[in-house]
Ligand binder design. Structure first.
Ligand SMILES: *Cc1c(COP(=O)(O)O)cnc(C)c1O
Length: 413
């Protein structure tokens, strides 16, 4: 079992690059994607991954995303146990929504409390193997915390640039992990500009989303896990999209699963869930656009969704459309309320980004876009423990009702 990585390919102009170098974008400005010898990967990964009724001969692999090492970059993994998160059947929540086959993939259980751990474990593993010394990142919060942790684990220096109003937990964790923290008045797009300007003369390697080829590889493992955990793919995936890397990554994972013979051409319908105060993907989807317009005055309590112009917008929109999916905007109040419901009904203390998918599922079910018999997976991308400010607001708005007050309406007509 080893990485089957062969080269990098531009997602826009298809130009090829060797992978044995620290590299950001293609010379055309397009994001680079990792390509593998999928025939080699199929020989070891496919037989192991295919559902086999729990045969005892299935050799154990690490209980982390590195169990899929054939489809990840080479090098000694810089790991804190990321990935292989639970896929929880949320029966009580699903009953309330009219979706008996509703599942939540709980990414809040990752190291540093968000799924950003997956991408940064992969990126730091590759950057360390290729000799990088200082890693820099613009972030809305969670990616910075994750990079700081993995850089510490790898013994590398780290610079995190984030908006001044980032949740306190993100600032504290970065400091604790020994990162240099820069806070700017502005949005993640301003932080990205700062990193791009400073990196040359400060000798930083930039690990900005999609400007670095391997974060998407880490995030795609969510799609591989769904297949391993369900034994097939779900009918629908609702994903809270900021930069959209998880969505793009899972879409890539499904193509790779097909290429190694685990699935056919079927795909889940992909739903991008955004905040009403920053919904460039929803706007572009509704207008039929192939890329997003910059969203002015982006504002939402779901800091991970405050991305006014995602770099991979065209990839995200293509995946949503070719899967017959859709895009939904959720106001902050609805997110907070859905978060309370998820916590009180299922014991899942979610980030507002994750809670947004619950509100979106309710809307899509009411519209008949989701059908009762469908298997639907929601992604809770982060832990509520990192969002004390949002949760304080959620509980100020309305204290949690005792659960009996709500379950009683099931019996009374
Ligand atoms: C970053 C982040 C998102 C958005 O992720 P993308 O894959 O970049 O769209 C969603 N939720 C949380 C908690 C995040 O930290």
């Amino acid at each position: 079992m080893q990485s089957a990585l062969t080269h990098l390919e531009c997602s826009r102009c298809r130009r090829l690059y060797p992978h044995e170098q620290l590299i950001n974008l293609c010379s055309c400005g397009g994001p680079l994607l990792a390509r593998y010898d999928l025939r080699a990967a199929a020989r070891t990964l496919a037989p192991w991954l295919r559902p086999n009724g729990g045969e005892p001969s299935r050799p154990p692999r690490p209980a982390s995303m590195w169990r899929y090492c054939e489809l990840l970059p080479p090098g000694e993994p810089v790991s804190l146990g990321e990935g292989f998160t639970p896929l929880l059947h949320t029966r009580r929540l699903g009953e309330g929504l009219g979706l008996p086959n509703l599942f939540i993939k709980d990414e809040g259980l990752n190291p540093t409390g968000s799924f950003k751990a997956r991408g940064l474990s992969a990126a730091v593993t590759r950057a360390k193997a290729l000799g990088a010394q200082t890693l820099a990142i613009p972030t809305a919060g969670n990616a910075g915390g994750a990079l700081a942790a993995y850089a510490a684990r790898a013994g590398l220096r780290c610079v995190v640039v984030m908006p001044a109003d980032t949740p306190a937990a993100n600032v504290l964790e970065c400091r604790a992990f020994g990162a240099e923290v820069v806070q700017l008045d502005g949005l993640i797009s301003d932080c990205a500009r700062y990193v791009a300007e400073q990196k040359q003369h400060r000798g930083w390697f930039e690990v900005t989303t999609l400007k670095e080829p391997y974060r998407i590889e880490g995030k795609k493992t969510m799609g591989l896990e769904l297949f391993e955990q369900l034994g097939r793919l779900p009918d629908v995936i609702l994903y809270p999209a900021g930069g959209g890397v998880g969505l793009i990554g899972m879409w890539k994972a499904f193509d790779e699963l097909e290429a190694i013979g685990c699935i056919g051409p079927e795909r889940p319908r992909m739903v991008a869930v955004q905040a009403a105060g920053c919904a460039p993907v929803v706007e572009a989807f509704e207008k039929g656009g192939e890329s997003c317009e910059f969203w002015e005055d982006a504002r939402t309590i779901a800091s991970g969704l405050r991305v006014p112009k995602p770099l991979g917008d065209f990839l995200m929109l293509a995946a949503i459309r070719s899967s017959s999916g859709t895009a939904v905007a959720v106001p902050d109040e609805a997110m907070l309320e859905a978060g309370r419901e998820l916590a009180a009904r299922e014991g899942i203390y979610a980030a507002p980004e994750g809670a947004a998918t619950v509100a979106a599922a309710r809307r899509l079910r009411e519209q008949g876009w989701l059908r009762a018999e469908e298997t639907v997976v929601l992604f809770n991308t982060g832990s509520g423990y990192k969002y004390a400010e949002a949760w304080a607001e959620a509980l100020r708005a309305r204290p949690a009702e005792p659960p009996t007050a709500r379950t009683s309406n099931r019996r009374e007509p």
